[in-house]
Design a protein around this ligand. Structure first.
Ligand code: PFF
Length: 566
């Protein structure tokens, strides 16, 4: 019988609600900024081959296993990752402790994600200022054309962005705290996130996602319509919308010599022979579909036991793929090629350069750019919020269950820890060193650690049969019977191969980087200390849960015996 560990049992109000919340978690900055950059870097259409293979071999099976694990824990009344892991791991403390470690990942991502969310909010407001100017309303955070800022000049946008996010020096965002919009906006974003989480699963997150999804689709439709109807705005050959799509999607690209003349075509096979493409596609899938970061398992623990999770999982993965490929893929890179040309394509590769330097430059040149810039950054901001609430919820569930706190206290404690990390990210802004370190260790490296722990637990310890039976419970269509085999003998070896390649290629370099870079070292130590505290407190909680469960079992037996004798 389900017994909520602390407080009353929370559930999603509807199936649609949980799908929108999980899709909302998945659809985020990764879809609209990171994905196009990865496609552009790794050979356009050639990247889509490992991308779709990773989708089939990694995203779908791992998502199913994560939903099954989550709901298994929820059936026992657990919503925290240690509780969920422990429920599937036969009550073993080792699995509870592993869940404690996993809880670090979404919280760590939240620490830097809300900082970037704040940039999106401010960029959206900046464009709103432009839209409102004809009405005589004036506000702007950025340099204006009168102060030497040049439209169409990448260097101007780069300088404005660097100044805006404090890239010129550590602590620069705090020098004038109340005048620095980024720090204030980061606080505002954190407040919005934690208020939604405080309002609860159904009344906060679900309701918000039901409003946010149509808004997000509307904003993307408007931006895509604009980009697709521009034709060839600069009149330069090779810079039409179709050329932009070609750059994004063609599996082979023209090879240019130094003078810019076409001397051949790149080969798809050469692109696919590069193991880095496979690594990039796989790690992108983790980040983009919010997999192996604990968010989905936590959300799934709030699904009622008789609901269809097999279909919900597939719908959420497909919705994420659609937003990424069909929406994200149609907007950013085609627009950038149309205004700036393929010659500038190196700058499309970095998520932040693309989002906050290249695109503002493009909106500056585009007819009606102020409006479309406003819609685009509002879209990013909305997508960001639905993602970051899912990053905050696992820690809130953890503090509630492991420390026995009330909802208010658990939200306050989670906010305090998350904001400590965010303050570090906001302080060490020189060359975005902290952001980069958080992004790498928490959002790129840790999901690989989690995927092995999670799959070992779900497919071997709990067992493929029980996991499949959990997915079948309440499902209108059963998952393919080969699912257990696929996750054990295809997904896991594939991931092991990709991870081994990463360790071989980048592992030692990255570790040496930690030793040499004091900011990265501090951040790694902060994360290790937080992870160690989480594991220690989880082990204590797990022992307490053992005692509580034993007492409940004894009480149940006593009640049954007295029922029989009566
Ligand atoms: N999937 C989100 C994106 O594409 O931006 C990022 C994310 C959300 C990562 C939720 C982790 C998470 F728990």
């Amino acid at each position: 019988m389900a017994r909520e560990k602390n407080g009353k049992n929370e559930h999603w109000e509807s199936n649609l609600g949980v799908v929108l919340a999980v899709a909302g978690s998945a659809v985020g900055l990764g879809n609209f900024l990171r994905f196009p950059g990865q496609v552009a870097t790794y050979g356009g259409g050639a990247f889509m081959i490992p991308y779709f293979i990773s989708m089939l071999l990694v995203a779908i099976p791992i998502a199913w296993s994560e939903w099954a694990l989550g709901r298994r824990g929820g059936r026992d009344g657990y919503h925290s990752l240690p509780g969920i892991y422990r429920a599937a791991g036969n009550g073993k403390t080792f699995w509870a402790a592993s869940g404690g470690l996993v809880a670090l990942v979404p919280t760590g991502i939240c620490m830097f994600y809300i900082f970037v969310e704040a940039w999106c909010l401010l960029y959206a407001l900046q464009y709103l200022g432009g839209c409102l100017r004809p009405l005589g309303i004036e506000f702007s955070f950025f340099p204006t054309v009168d102060s030497g800022f040049k439209l169409g000049d990448s260097a101007s946008y780069e300088a404005a962005f660097a100044n805006f996010v404090g890239m010129n020096g550590d602590g620069s965002l705090f020098q004038n705290f109340f005048k620095s919009p980024v720090v204030l906006a980061t606080f505002a974003c954190a407040a919005a996130n934690f208020t939604l989480v405080y309002c609860g699963i159904a009344k906060g997150i679900e309701r918000f996602c039901k409003i946010a999804t149509p808004l997000l689709l509307l904003c993307s439709a408007l931006v895509i319509l604009r980009v697709a109807t521009l034709g060839n705005p600069t009149g330069v050959e090779g810079q039409s919308f179709v050329d932009g799509l070609g750059f994004m999607w063609n599996p082979s690209r023209p090879l240019l010599d130094e003078s810019g003349a076409v001397v051949g075509q790149t080969s798809v096979w050469t692109a696919l022979a590069n193991p880095e493409v496979w690594l990039a596609a796989t790690s992108h899938i983790f980040f983009s579909a919010s997999l192996c970061v604990g968010a989905i398992a936590t959300y799934a623990s709030y699904v009622k036991p008789n609901k269809d999770i097999a279909l919900s999982s597939l719908t959420a993965v497909s919705a994420n793929g659609f937003c990424e490929v069909a929406l994200g893929g149609l907007m950013t890179i085609p627009a950038a090629v149309m205004f700036l040309g393929v010659a500038n394509s190196e700058s499309f590769a970095s998520t932040f350069t693309m989002g906050f330097i290249v695109l503002p430059n493009v909106f500056g040149l585009m007819p009606g750019g102020e409006f479309f810039g406003f819609f685009f950054f509002s879209l990013l901001f909305i997508a960001g919020i639905t993602s970051s609430v899912s990053q905050a919820q696992p820690a809130v569930a953890w503090t509630k269950e492991a420390l026995g706190l009330s909802r208010g206290a658990s939200v306050a404690l989670t906010a305090a820890v998350a904001l400590t990390g965010t303050a570090i990210v906001c302080w060490y802004t020189k060359n975005a060193a902290a952001l980069d370190a958080f992004d790498f260790w928490i959002a790129t490296f840790m999901p690989f650690v989690v995927v092995f722990l999670q799959t070992a637990l779900a497919a071997w310890v709990w067992g493929a049969d029980k996991m499949t039976a959990e997915l079948d419970r309440g499902a209108k269509t059963r998952v393919p019977r080969c699912f257990g085999f696929v996750i054990k003998y295809l997904t896991t070896p594939y991931l092991a191969l990709v991870f081994a390649f990463w360790c071989f290629k980048n592992g030692s370099g990255r570790l040496a980087g930690v030793a040499q870079n004091p900011v990265e070292l501090k951040i790694v130590l902060f994360l290790v200390a937080t992870g160690a505290a989480l594991i220690w407190l989880t082990i204590r909680a797990s022992k307490r849960w053992n005692v509580e469960e034993e007492a409940t079992r004894e009480r149940d037996v006593k009640n049954e015996t007295s029922d029989v004798s009566a």
